[in-house]
Design a binder for this molecule. Structure first.
Ligand code: C2E
Ligand code: CA
Length: 481
């Protein structure tokens, strides 16, 4: 009686075990699949399906290990590719279009490279390529190949979008032995390429690293200099074409570095902008210029504004407070902005500019002739002044085309009620042409360099005295020099 029961129990248990084993098997194969999937996900980028940074580093390490073992002349080349102005596409065409463009670039790079090249996406608009090669020439070949990938337009939802890329390249063993070092150096080369105007490939060299190091040092010193007040302003006079007198001054930042000597703002302002120091630096300049503006109640004081000050400072508030604290007539303060300010995030910056004008300040379009110099900006926004860049002024009397261009800018600007300043006037000939064309004010070494605030009164005096002839003007200049 018991035996059948036992048998049934055994059979039941056996079946149960069988079912359990089946389930377990399925579960474990599912687990394996999932592991496989998550391993794939861990090593690949979701959008493009390309290997990601982690995967790239693994492969790079393998390649470098291989290089050590092979002991021949081999190279391991790392290239960083960054799509220029990708953000513009995202901003103007939308994120979906941005994604579509990234996929199109990934696709284009894949077909352009050789099958043995290893292509990865690091996120955003950044790609990287790893290439094992038998000689150093491979770097140049890779650079050309990558550049050729951007020759044709990309198809984004039926629209042809032309893009360029900046490329930075480093290779082992020449530029490093570890993945970290090589990647850092490729990044430095890329950064240099971007700085030199984008749309180019750069091979890393030691000087680049030194420059980055130098920028880093300047960045650190600059922070201290802002805090310890080691910076000051010099002022360069602007001369009226009508009266020949000083009508205003332009404030120019000066830094006497303890070991490097006098540093040009053309060099350290960009460092400050990148290092996030520009808000502090810009506030220092504005405050100091407002203080010193009180010394010259009859002069205009021009102050350079960095685009960063529009992004990261409440400029309107800052200016309001300065007006309150210093009791300066805002119509004497000319704020100089470059067209970059109107180009990026246009609406917001335009509102800021409107508000600043509303407070009574004057606004000048600076460096005209260097960037896009779109005449549209002149019509779109009511500037009080246009400052024509030195590049257009130097040697103007010998350059017919440049003269025609300036002539039309002056005519247009004055027609719109703006004053025109010519910057970088170095010779009598340049000054004469500018007067003839209808420029209203002149600024440049021909009249004076930028000088400490204490010297301005003297200059105003010297230019205020009536000049009998060109000779006395020359003598006066020589006295000043
Ligand atoms: P900028 O505003 O166009 O200033 C004129 C620059 O040209 C000054 O150089 C000035 O010394 C120089 N310059 C004037 N006349 C002549 C000339 O006849 N010939 C030549 N070759 N050069 C002349 P600096 O002081 O080195 O300033 C360079 C740039 O740095 C400025 O160009 C301006 O864009 C920027 N900068 C200066 N101070 C500030 C500041 O406080 N804030 C910001 N954001 N930028 C500043
Ligand atoms: Ca300027």
């Amino acid at each position: 009686f018991i035996l059948p029961l036992v048998m049934m129990g055994l059979v039941g248990a056996g079946m149960l075990t069988w079912v359990m084993i089946g389930r377990l098997k399925r579960a474990s194969s599912e687990l394996e699949n999932r592991e496989e999937l998550s391993r794939h996900q861990a090593l690949h980028d979701a959008l493009s399906g390309l290997p990601n940074r982690h995967h790239f580093v693994e492969r790079l390490q393998d390649a470098l290990d291989g290089l050590i073992q092979s002991r021949n002349n081999g190279r391991v080349v790392v290239a960083y590719i960054d799509v220029d102005r990708f953000k513009d596409v995202n901003d103007t065409m939308g994120h979906q279009a941005g994604d579509a463009l990234i996929m199109a670039v990934a696709q284009r790079l894949s077909v352009t490279l050789t099958p043995s090249d290893f292509l990865a996406r690091f996120g955003g608009d950044e790609f990287a390529v790893l290439r094992r090669a038998v000689s150093a020439d491979a770097a140049e070949e890779l650079a050309q190949r990558l550049r050729s990938a951007f020759e044709d337009a990309f198809d984004v939802y039926g629209q042809h979008v032309r893009m360029t890329a900046s490329i930075g390249i480093a290779m082992a063993p020449d530029h490093g032995a570890s993945p970290q070092e090589l990647m850092r150096h490729a990044d430095i080369a890329l950064y240099q390429g971007k700085n030199q105007g984008r749309d180019r490939a750069m091979l890393f060299c030691a000087e680049m690293a030194a420059e980055v190091e130098q920028r880093r040092e300047i960045e650190l010193d600059l922070e201290g200099a802002i805090q310890s007040n080691a910076l000051h302003l010099h002022y360069q006079p602007l001369i009226s074409c009508n009266s020949g007198k000083v009508t205003g001054v332009a404030a120019l930042l000066r830094w006497r570095h303890p070991t490097r000597g006098d540093l040009s703002p053309a060099m350290f302002v960009p460092v400050a902008e990148e290092a996030g120091l520009m808000p502090a630096l810009g506030t220092f300049v504005l405050t100091r210029a407002f203080e010193e503006a009180k010394l010259w109640p009859d002069l205009e004081v021009a102050i350079n504004l960095s685009p960063v000050q529009f992004r990261h400072v409440d400029l309107v508030d800052l200016l309001k407070n300065l007006l309150k604290d210093h009791d300066v007539d805002p119509s004497r303060i000319v704020l100089e902005v470059t067209e970059g300010v109107l180009m990026e995030s246009t609406e917001r910056n335009r509102q800021i500019l409107d508000a600043v004008r509303e407070l009574g300040f004057k606004i000048a379009l600076d460096d005209f002739g260097t960037g896009y110099s779109s005449l549209r900006y002149l019509c779109d926004f009511r500037f009080d002044k246009i400052k024509i860049d030195r590049a257009f002024v130097t040697g103007i009397h010998e350059r017919k085309r440049a003269m025609t261009i300036i002539q039309s800018v002056v005519t247009l600007g004055r027609g719109l009620g703006m004053d025109i300043v010519a910057e970088g006037v170095e010779t009598e000939a340049e000054a004469s042409v500018m007067r003839l064309i209808g420029v209203t004010e002149l600024q440049g070494f021909f009249f004076s360099h930028a000088v400490p605030s204490a010297k301005i009164a003297e200059l105003v005096d010297a230019f205020g005295r009536p000049a009998a002839d060109a000779d006395t003007a020359r003598v006066r200049r020589e006295q000043r020099a």
